[in-house]
Design a protein around this ligand. Structure first.
Ligand code: MN
Length: 264
């Protein structure tokens, strides 16, 4: 390995340029790394999230999502929350994009839905985690959107097919910067709200989650070995609806701040 390539590889493994991902420099470093390691393609960029009060970034491993985790939203979605518990689905890690990038209206849909959500970022994990210990695995919290192609979801629901095509598309999880537990403590209650063009659409409280963050981590770990870098979108309250090109969505969570996403 030449000195240049060694340096490139070191930067790829440790540097912010490659983590930023889409830059030309990042692509070059990735290509050099691919050649060195015998990969036939450029190595995909690390997907990462901004963290408040530091230039360090949080690398994303997997994206778990909770469905129907607020009683009133479960009811508006046609569930009987006395009979059906929340559930999980997954998005690809590169669904995670900075909220500040704007949100390109996705292909394949004419019914694009917003869902305001608290995101939880893990710095450790395991199997069969006790709810009492679950918050020890949380590194940070943030504000996010679970964007949904509602028309495709309805088709999937009618045919009893998976939701993937409605939930797991490119850019479908715009996120704000993370706020660390070290700096701000755990976020177990507080207002969560969403506006479209300044009009309030969702307005609830995190303490109305059916599975708390602790319970969500504990239950998820009964089915997956959770790992550092995993994030969990913890479900949306009632008031979901559709947005169009040009609409501006704002999502806020008490103690975490707010994000603003323009549909472009
Ligand atoms: Mn959701």
């Amino acid at each position: 390995m030449s000195e240049d390539k060694t340096e490139s590889r070191r930067k790829f493994l440790t540097g912010s340029a490659a983590i930023a991902g889409a830059t030309a420099l990042g692509a070059n470093i990735s290509a050099a790394y691919a050649q060195d390691q015998g990969y036939v393609l450029d190595v995909p960029p690390v997907i990462s999230m901004e963290i408040n009060d530091t230039t360090d970034r949080f690398p994303v491993r997997r994206v778990f999502c909770l469905g129907r985790n607020y009683r009133a939203h479960a009811i508006e979605s046609g569930d009987n929350p006395d009979e059906t518990p929340p559930f999980f689905f997954i998005k690809p890690r590169d669904a995670v994009v900075p909220a500040t990038d704007g949100f390109p209206y996705p292909q394949g849909t004419s019914e694009l839905r917003y869902e305001a959500e608290l995101v939880v970022a893990l710095h450790s994990g395991g199997k069969n985690i006790d709810a009492a210990d679950a918050l020890d695995h949380v590194y940070a919290y943030g504000v996010s959107l679970d964007m949904t192609r509602e028309d495709l979801q309805h088709v999937a629901q009618e045919l009893s097919r998976p939701w993937a095509i409605s939930k797991s598309f490119d850019h479908s999880a715009p996120c704000g910067p993370l706020t660390t537990v070290t700096g701000n403590g755990h976020v177990v209650d507080g207002r969560i709200w969403l506006t479209v063009n300044g009009e309030i659409k969702q307005d609830s409280d995190l303490n109305l989650q059916r599975w708390s963050v602790s319970e969500g981590i504990a239950i998820l770990s009964q089915y997956y070995e959770l790992r550092a870098g995993d994030i969990i979108l913890t479900g949306t309250p009632e008031g979901i609806g559709l947005v169009n090109k040009g609409d501006v969505i704002k999502v806020g969570i008490e103690s975490l701040g707010q994000i603003e996403v323009e549909v472009t």
